[in-house]
Design a binder for this molecule. Sequence first.
Ligand code: HT7
Ligand code: ZN
Length: 872
Amino acid sequence: PRTIYLKDYRPSPYLIETVDLDVALAPENTRVRSRLKVKPNDDPDAPAGPLTLDGEKLELHSVKINGTPINDYTADDQSLTITSPPEGPFEVEIETTCNPQANEALEGLYRSGGIYCTQCEPEGFRRITYFIDRPDVLARYRVRVEADKREAPVLLANGNLVEDGDLDDGRHFAVWEDPFPKPSYLFALVGGNLACVQDSFITKTGRAIDLRIYVEPGKEGRCGWAMESLKTAMRWDEERFGLEYDLDIYMIVAVSDFNMGAMENKGLNVFNDKLILARPDIATDTDYESIEAVIAHEYFHNWTGNRVTCRDWFQLCLKEGLTVFRDQEFTADQRSRPVKRIEDVRLLRARQFSEDAGPLAHPVRPSSFVEINNFYTLTVYEKGGELCRMLHTMLGEDGFQAGMKLYFERHDGQAVTVEDFVAAMADANDRDLSQFMRWYNQAGTPEVVCRFEHDASEKTAKLHVTQVHAPSPGQPEKEPVPIPLRIGLVGPDGEDMPLILKNGSEVPGGLLMVTEREQTFEFADVAHRPIPSLLRGFSAPVKLSSPLDDADLDFLMRHDSDLFNRWQAAQTQAMKRLVAMARGEGEFVPDVREFALAVGPTLTDDWLEPAYRAAFAVPPSELDIAQEIGADVDPTGVHKARRDLRATLGHTLQGDLQRLYEDYAVPGEYQPDPDSVGKRSLRNTALALLAAEETEDGVKRAQTHFKNADNMTDSMAALRILAGLDRPERDEALETFYDRWKDEQLVLDKWFAIQAQSTASDTLDRVERLRRHPAFSIKNPNRVRALIGALAHGNPLHFHSADGRGYEFVGESIMEIDGFNPMIAARLASAFSSWKMLEPGRRAMAQQMLERIAAKEGLSRDTSEVVGKMLG
Ligand code: HT7
Ligand code: ZN
């Protein structure tokens, strides 16, 4: 397969001004007539030549130019080339058919539970009609859709409805017009029997927006939270970013077969139904929070992605990183800022840092790819979001907003690059951000090594900072990056001391800028030895090597005014012990008990938010621990270490935890508000820690909790505990749950996932049985993620089973799925990405499986790129 390079970017030889689509929906034979107004691109860098249109899995029936049928074209399975198009503007008319029913890759036009829907990002539009399917070709669309009225009473596309009516033979039609020029990846079309939940929103300038959520009939009662979230997001974007919605209608359609979470098509978002449907008895607090965040994320794309879009797919982080940053800030403003930061950093460390450290490492803006679908990664999204956050930290809220304003002033309606975004930030703030571009172009996580000295007689202190950049694939040498390092000096009384530099100036907000490979900062007026609190709020996506010893960390764990770093101190303390335990180094019980005792005061501090206290008591994940160990990892040892540490926490803090469990019951009807969510989270954390030792008492409490649960959050919290037991209580609970929820697809996904993530000894037998369960479908991405994904990405103990059965199960599944849905197969395959870190026995088995996948005949471009990199 061909590698595509950023350096080879050229503007498109032709541009398309308008697109007129006429789509006659039919399950196996959808007819698409397209009329395109094409003109040569007058950009001097645009090459001249024939007109090549992308197209895949299409049956071509006719081509006309300026109304006349032509034959001087060539077509293959990728494209249609019109060899000698007229000079100047001209019109192309093409008639094709496609087969939505047979489309199991879920890209282009497909059917989900009888609903016609589309997924065009990144390159799905070419499966609907021939087109210049690249994001820098922006056109205005008019779409006529027709279908059998009984099969598809609702017909939707982007923009505004301009006409509709009935036709002969029980068919009907609707015409939609989108006034905003857009790239083809934002095109959407939906047809089906859908119920609609309607509301409205008045914008800051007084315009009324018609809000609609379309769902399977009967599910209307589950859309309330999604609708509330949409209105909250719309208001927030006006208030914090000054951005108002532009069309008069905003539609969301929920479907049950979807490759990712959701898609921001202009005025017509398509969502995985898991991220729309919620009711207290079927959705957890985490589901509610995800719905709120994803609804907001897709809505925010209307400006960051749609109004200003990407020039090419290398610039994906331009819209995704920025929109992730915006949705993170939205959640932080709605809920608890420190807890949100902790959650985001947890994800970044566990998943993005490992991506950055392994064979799939790539810069936030990659310089080459084989299959763009493989680049919807944690690096592009989460690290991309961190880069925007660093700009925000460096420029401040006002400076960042000034940069955003200039960005929209300059580029509204354009397809642009990361350079354009950074230039707007730089120009609006009169700052030189050229060095910052390295963050976009260099892969890998920088390590920041800090050394701290205090001179009591001089009353001075020095912080020596070194940044270290390990090589990553294709990048042996790297340049230093600008690192915003937020710090505090915590005095012996636990209070922050003033941060005065040697020249007498105060460090505003405690923010130091590290720009050199090695740099020293000197502070004055430091009478007593302080404890440095470094990288406060995780001000840069780096690995910090800190100079603090156990006593310092213990102190920060109890006193740091920066709640992120107080949590971080606890994590560092836990990690030291976990690594030692996982390596089987000596006797750690007393030491772990000490640590548990130090967790107690924060856990029980009523001045702190319950959600924060709950987060404080969660030790680093098995993925984090494995990564910290780095080489010859034994996942069983890692699992046992974490299990033992949790058991010690439960045992040592038993009295406190019991009190929390009693005190934090949330009375009354379920509400997903932050306060109730926090309380449930603290109570369920206590429940889980009390059961970690698997005492009779702990198990009984979990059983009672399960029986009494009147909402899905509590029910799942208890079931997660029970499902991990090698005892009869497990099967009893799982059966009760199944009997109650067997007709609810989204709840069944939870039932599959909880078993796939179970640490019980027979998990692999069970997962193999569940693979044959009548409710399982390999064609449905949510089911695949719930069973196979949950094992591969969420159960290191059993995925890395010492006998290789986990690899066998996941590997076989990847090969099967690759035959019809390469995007899902390739994402599953990434579970093997850290195989080189494993101990030799598992390493050899993982390698064998990867080699088998790589050798499979007809392997997709998606999976072969991922597996090839892992083996290479
Ligand atoms: N921009 C979207 C990313 C996306 C996608 C969504 C669904 C199916 C396939 C997809 N490929 C790419 C979602 C987002 O980041 O907002
Ligand atoms: Zn996005």
